[in-house]
Design a protein around this ligand. Structure first.
Ligand code: ATP
Ligand code: MG
Length: 408
């Protein structure tokens, strides 16, 4: 039996697996609508049309994106039709949803450059032949001001101000720019332009998908899309959403060694979310591993190594994963790697030398320079030699054989 043979109820159960709305009523409503839409589509002899949007604000897709891409892949495996929407127009504004300040506006040239390999990276998870690629400049760049006024009249300023990200800025007296309100309207219009049955997104997309898209689709006379909202994968800091704009991400295109090292730098407490959201393990396998961890039958570090191996195997190969593990053991473990490292909070624009000094890994800048020259400084296992460059990214910083710092 293949996934395509699942009946409607089995499909609903599978597709709702891992969906997270933070609201049981909404979850129930979406489950019912999904069931209904599957019945209608079957009667019409067509697959469901499903999409998710990705903004090329940088050139990397990362592990966090695979949470939604794996859901899209599941739709494909069930025989449904999937569109990967490249938000080349929404990227000009930048989604304010999970951000606490204004985002820089990008130029169309920057966005174009970033978008170049975006779809190619997506095929690491999704099926190439079964994926439609669209770009939202196709319809957003053609909207007239008169149309924008009509779309905007569906929302009140209060609805926006009630969102946590804007409310905090309002409370602190920080500026909220009018164009930031456009983002949800643009995304809502994407949903109308694509007229899909289902839109997938992370919980940061609740407002854009549930409030904006469903409202605008209804207003424009289309059937509102059903929201499949997925839980959020934290970044390598284990605290906040993995996000390309925060630098706490694990890029899909990174090398096996880098990927392995980055997974190993995730704090123990965040491992469970990684098990659930980005491995191929089944719920019973995960439950068993977590029980073994809780009862001390497996050391957290060994569980994390199993996780790192699994993730590198998915995006590279089992042999690449084994090799990366060998390297990791050679570099770190032979030197009694401590379970948890002291933590240093990176400040904007700090150089490598400044971090070494402020983090207490060296007692003077000249000592730092000497160690850098002697190749004695590593970040996630990779040697760094230029002390004057801006600190590249959060990770585990190692000086000599024994000094470690988790830079966040
Ligand atoms: P940015 O910080 O620029 O907004 P992003 O990393 O959030 O970037 P997007 O292109 O905005 O990436 O997100 C595309 C889709 O991937 C959205 O549906 C979003 O919810 C989902 N997504 C992004 N990061 C994560 C994550 N860490 N966990 C789960 N889903 C994620
Ligand atoms: Mg985002």
């Amino acid at each position: 039996m293949t996934l395509k043979d699942l009946n409607i109820e089995e499909q609903v159960t599978l597709l709702m697996q891992g969906a997270e709305y933070g609201d049981v009523t909404l979850k129930q409503a979406m489950t019912d609508e999904l069931r209904q839409r599957l019945i209608e589509a079957k009667d019409e002899g067509r697959p469901l049309r499903v999409y998710c949007g990705f903004d090329p604000r940088t050139s990397d897709l990362h592990l966090g994106h695979t949470v939604v891409m794996r859901k899209l892949r599941q739709f494909q495996d069930l025989g449904h039709e999937v569109t990967f929407l490249v938000g080349n127009y929404t990227s000009l504004v930048g989604d304010p949803s999970d951000k606490d300040k204004l985002r820089p506006q990008l130029s169309p040239e920057e966005v174009e450059l970033n978008a170049r390999t975006y779809a190619e990276q997506a095929y690491k998870v999704m099926e190439r032949e079964k994926t439609h690629i669209r770009y939202n400049a196709e319809w957003l760049s053609r909207l007239s001001f008169a149309e924008l006024i009509k779309l905007a009249s569906n929302f009140t300023v209060q609805q926006f101000i009630a969102r946590e990200n804007f409310r905090l800025r309002w409370d602190h007296g920080d500026p909220i720019h009018v164009h930031e309100f456009f983002y949800a309207i643009m995304q809502g219009y994407d949903a109308y332009a694509l007229r899909c049955d289902v839109q997938v997104g992370g919980t940061d997309q609740l407002f854009n998908i549930v409030t904006a898209a469903r409202k605008l689709m209804t207003f424009l006379g289309a059937k509102p899309n059903i929201a499949i909202i997925m839980d959020i994968l934290p970044g390598t800091d284990g605290e906040v959403k993995m996000s390309k704009s925060l630098g706490n991400h694990i890029a899909l295109m990174s090398t096996p060694e880098d990927m392995y090292g980055k997974v190993m730098s995730v704090p123990d407490k965040a491992m469970g979310l990684f098990f659930r959201l980005v491995t191929r393990w089944t719920p019973p396998e995960i439950a068993k591993l977590e029980q073994d961890l809780a009862e001390g039958r497996i050391h957290p570090r060994d569980a994390k190594m199993k996780l790192a191996r699994e993730i590198v195997s998915i995006y590279h190969s089992e042999s690449a994963a084994a090799h990366a593990e060998g390297e990791f053991v050679r570099i770190f473990q032979q030197h009694d790697l401590p379970d948890e490292f002291p933590v240093y909070l990176l400040q904007n624009g700090q150089t490598v030398l400044e971090v070494l000094l402020a983090g207490g890994l060296v007692s003077s800048k000249s000592e730092g320079r000497r160690l850098l020259e002697q190749h004695g400084v590593r970040l996630d296992g990779q040697t760094i030699s230029d002390g004057n460059r801006t600190f590249p990214h959060p990770g585990v910083l190692q000086v000599g054989k024994r000094k470690y710092l988790r830079v966040r």
